[in-house]
Design a binder for this molecule. Structure first.
Ligand SMILES: C=C1C[C@]23C[C@@]1(O)CC[C@H]2[C@@]12CCC[C@@](C)(C(=O)O1)[C@H]2[C@@H]3C(=O)O
Ligand SMILES: O=C(O)CCC(=O)C(=O)O
Ligand SMILES: [Fe+2]
Length: 368
C-alpha cells in the first residue's frame, strides 16, 4: 500500500496571521432606502437551477438503514441536507429565534457595546470572512461560545436570564443532535466507534468545541445588488442551521459558484452542512458544501448556525479504513484551531494548503 504522508507538523506555519485587520463596525442597515456604495455588489446573471436539483431531506424517523443510506448519499453528493423528526422541540427553535430577533432589534449603539474584539471569538460584528471581500455584506452577527452571560448582562442588565437560558438549552440540544448525526454519518461509511475515538469526549481530556452564530439579514432595498453572506464553506465537522421560515436565503452551489440552488426552509426542519473538518476526516468522501445567503426586500431573515468541531488538541485525520491505494491520504493532520487559522489566512483555499505535499505538487503541475 502506498500512502503519501507528510508528517511535518503544519502548526508552525499557521502561527502568524499576516493580514492586518482594521476593525470595521457593522452599519445600522435598518431603514436605509438605498444601498450605500460600500454594500453594492456587482450583479452576476442569475441562472435558474434545473428542476431536478433539490437539496435532500432526511427523515430521521425512518428505519435506521434507510436513514444511514440517505445520510451517506446526501453527504457524498451534496454535502448538505435538511433533517426532519430530529427531536428538537419546535418551541425551543421558536424561542431561540425570538431571542435572536430581540438582540438584533436593539438600538445600534447597544449592540456595538458588545462588539467582538478583533482577536476575540464571541460578541457582535461583521462576518469574519468580510475582510476577504471588497464590499460589505448585508449582515450582522452575534457569536456565542459557551455561556453568553457576560454580553447578555451588558445588553439587558435587569433581564438577561431569559436570553441565556434559551441559548444554553439550545446549545445543549444542538450538541446532542450533532453527536447523533456524526455517529450516523460515520456509521454510514462502515466505521465503528473505535475508528473514531477522537470524537468521543469520554476518551478525551477536552470536550468537543462548538460555536453558536446568530445571523441577521435585515430587509434590503436592492437585494439584486446586495450579498447576505458571501460564498464560503464552514470549517466545522458539521453545522446545524435553523433558518427562519419567513424567507428563503440559504443557497448551495455544487459547481464552485456558477449555479445556486436554494435550500427552501421546511418549518421545524434543520439544515445540516458538512464542514471542512468532516471532509478531511472522511478523506474527501463527504463533500464540504459551498454556500451563501441572499437577502430580500421585505423580510428580516434570521438564522442560527451551530458549528460543531473537535476537542482542542485533537488532530483530525481519517481512520485508516478510509485510506488505501485508491484513496491516498489527502490532507495533513490538523487541529480545528490550526484549521481556523489557515482559513483566516487563505479563506476558501485553506483546504488546498493543508493537502499532503505530494498531492499539492501534483495539482500544481496539472495547472501548469
Ligand atoms: C467556529 C467558527 C466558525 C466560523 C468562525 C468561528 O470562529 C465562528 C463563526 C463562524 C463563521 C460564521 C459565518 C461564516 C464563517 C465562514 C465566518 O466568517 O464566521 C464561519 C466560520 C467558519 O466556519 O470558518
Ligand atoms: O443564514 C444562512 O442561511 C447561512 C448562514 C451560514 O452559512 C453560516 O452561519 O455559516
Ligand atoms: Fe456557513
Amino acid at each position: 500500500m502506498s500512502i503519501i504522508v507528510n508528517k511535518s507538523s503544519i502548526s508552525e506555519s499557521f502561527k502568524t496571521n499576516p493580514i492586518p485587520t482594521t476593525q470595521i463596525l457593522p452599519l445600522d442597515l435598518r431603514n436605509l432606502l438605498s444601498l450605500p456604495d460600500s454594500h453594492t455588489w456587482p450583479t452576476s446573471p442569475v441562472q435558474p437551477p434545473p428542476p431536478s436539483a433539490t437539496i435532500p431531506v432526511v427523515d430521521l424517523g425512518r428505519p435506521p438503514h434507510a436513514v444511514a443510506s440517505a445520510v451517506r448519499k446526501a453527504s457524498d453528493e451534496w454535502g448538505v441536507f435538511q433533517v426532519t423528526n430530529h427531536g428538537i422541540p419546535a418551541t425551543l427553535l421558536r424561542e431561540a429565534e425570538f431571542q435572536a430577533r430581540r438582540l438584533f432589534a436593539l438600538p445600534a449603539e447597544e449592540k456595538l457595546a458588545v462588539v467582538r474584539s478583533p482577536d476575540g471569538i464571541d460578541g457582535y460584528g461583521l462576518a469574519r470572512i468580510s475582510r476577504f471581500f471588497a464590499k460589505q455584506m448585508w449582515y450582522e452577527g452575534f457569536t456565542i461560545m459557551g455561556s453568553p452571560v457576560r454580553h447578555a448582562r451588558q445588553l439587558w442588565p435587569n433581564d438577561y436570564a431569559n436570553f441565556c437560558n434559551v441559548m444554553e438549552e439550545y446549545q445543549a440540544q444542538m450538541k446532542a443532535l450533532s453527536e447523533k448525526l456524526l455517529g450516523l454519518m460515520f456509521k454510514s461509511l462502515g466505521l465503528a466507534q473505535d475508528d473514531i475515538k477522537w470524537l468521543h469526549s469520554k476518551t478525551n481530556h477536552h470536550p468537543p468545541q462548538a460555536v453558536l452564530q446568530l445571523n441577521s439579514y435585515p430587509a434590503c432595498p436592492d437585494p439584486a445588488h446586495a450579498m447576505g453572506l458571501a460564498p464560503h464553506t464552514d470549517s466545522s465537522l458539521i453545522t446545524l442551521l435553523h433558518q427562519s421560515s419567513n424567507a428563503t436565503g440559504l443557497q448551495i452551489s455544487g459547481d464552485g459558484g456558477n449555479l445556486w440552488i436554494p435550500v427552501n426552509p421546511i418549518p421545524g426542519a434543520l439544515t445540516v452542512n458538512v464542514g471542512d473538518l468532516m471532509h478531511i476526516a472522511t478523506n474527501g468522501r463527504f463533500k464540504t458544501a459551498l454556500h451563501r445567503a441572499v437577502v430580500n426586500m421585505t423580510r428580516h431573515r434570521v438564522s442560527m448556525a451551530y458549528f460543531y468541531g473537535t476537542p482542542q488538541e485533537v488532530k483530525i485525520s481519517p481512520p485508516m479504513k478510509l485510506v488505501d491505494v485508491d484513496h491516498p491520504l489527502l490532507y495533513q493532520p490538523v487541529t480545528w484551531k490550526e484549521y481556523l487559522d489557515a482559513k483566516g489566512k487563505y479563506f476558501n483555499r485553506a483546504l488546498e494548503f493543508i493537502k499532503c505535499e505530494a498531492l499539492f505538487i501534483a495539482d500544481r503541475c496539472r495547472q501548469l
